[in-house]
Design a protein around this ligand. Structure first.
Ligand SMILES: *[C@@H]1O[C@H](CO)[C@@H](O)[C@H](O)[C@H]1NC(C)=O
Ligand SMILES: *[C@@H]1O[C@H](CO)[C@@H](O)[C@H](O)[C@H]1NC(C)=O
Ligand SMILES: *[C@@H]1O[C@H](CO)[C@@H](O)[C@H](O)[C@H]1NC(C)=O
Length: 199
């Protein structure tokens, strides 16, 4: 059976709607991250510094790292209380980077700052960044972008720079290719959802 074009279009539209509905609860769950994002930029505004702009790849890495941290208990030596130089290292860090389309070469100048706050109480979370050693990084003009991820009691901030070794830009030099690749994946998902609905 050959599907007429309009019905294909209809299913595509319907599937997009379904995907939006599925995505929404996830997006609407990011209150802690939004609060922190706004809090950090208010802090920067109070120092007459430019706001940090969101960076999707840094965001991705922050989520992946938060997922690693969540297995660790909150103690007075983890997160924002960590003594510089004793931060936990993840042996799978290169994997996490590549899952986010990143590489060491374009993330070296970035800054990863984890914090553990039971219940992610917004005021405590913000204080863990603006009133700890992290504030030295947050008030640094070299940082221009930010990604935030959280899991359980952990929240991770990743700062990015404008320098080539800190842009957190996708490592593929061919940006067009990358876009069409993700477009292809998106399309396949749409078709899959449409197909499932048809059954
Ligand atoms: C962390 O807690 C332990 C035990 O509760 C305590 O002995 C230690 O001094 C604390 N460390 C810091 C840096 O507060
Ligand atoms: C960070 O959060 C912890 C709770 O995990 C809290 O006890 C501590 O006071 C906070 N640190 C700062 C500097 O606000
Ligand atoms: C950033 O913080 C450091 C340490 O607290 C301070 O010495 C410096 O003056 C601050 N910079 C700005 C731009 O506020």
């Amino acid at each position: 059976m050959v599907l007429p074009k309009f019905s294909l279009c209809f299913w595509l539209l319907l599937s997009s709607l379904v995907i939006l509905l599925i995505n929404c609860p996830v997006k609407c769950d990011d209150d802690e991250e939004d609060n922190l994002y706004q809090g950090i930029n208010k802090y920067r505004a109070s120092l007459n510094l430019k706001a940090l702009t969101r960076n999707d790849n840094a965001n991705c890495l922050a989520e992946k790292l938060a997922n690693q941290f969540k297995k660790q208990p909150c103690t007075n030596t983890t997160g924002a209380n960590t003594v510089p130089g004793t931060e936990p290292q993840f042996s799978n860090y290169p994997d996490l980077l590549s899952k986010c389309d990143l590489a060491i070469s374009n993330t070296r100048d970035g800054n990863v700052m984890p914090a553990c706050v039971p219940g992610l109480v917004p005021s405590l979370v913000l204080a863990n960044f603006t009133k700890s050693l992290y504030s030295d990084s947050l008030n640094d003009t070299k940082y221009t972008g930010i990604g935030i991820g959280s899991e359980d009691n952990w929240i991770v901030v990743v700062l990015t720079t404008n320098t080539p070794s800190g842009t957190f830009a996708p490592y593929s030099s061919n940006g067009v290719n990358l876009i069409s690749k993700s477009g292809l994946i998106y399309c396949s998902v749409l078709f899959l959802v449409g197909y499932i609905l048809l059954l």
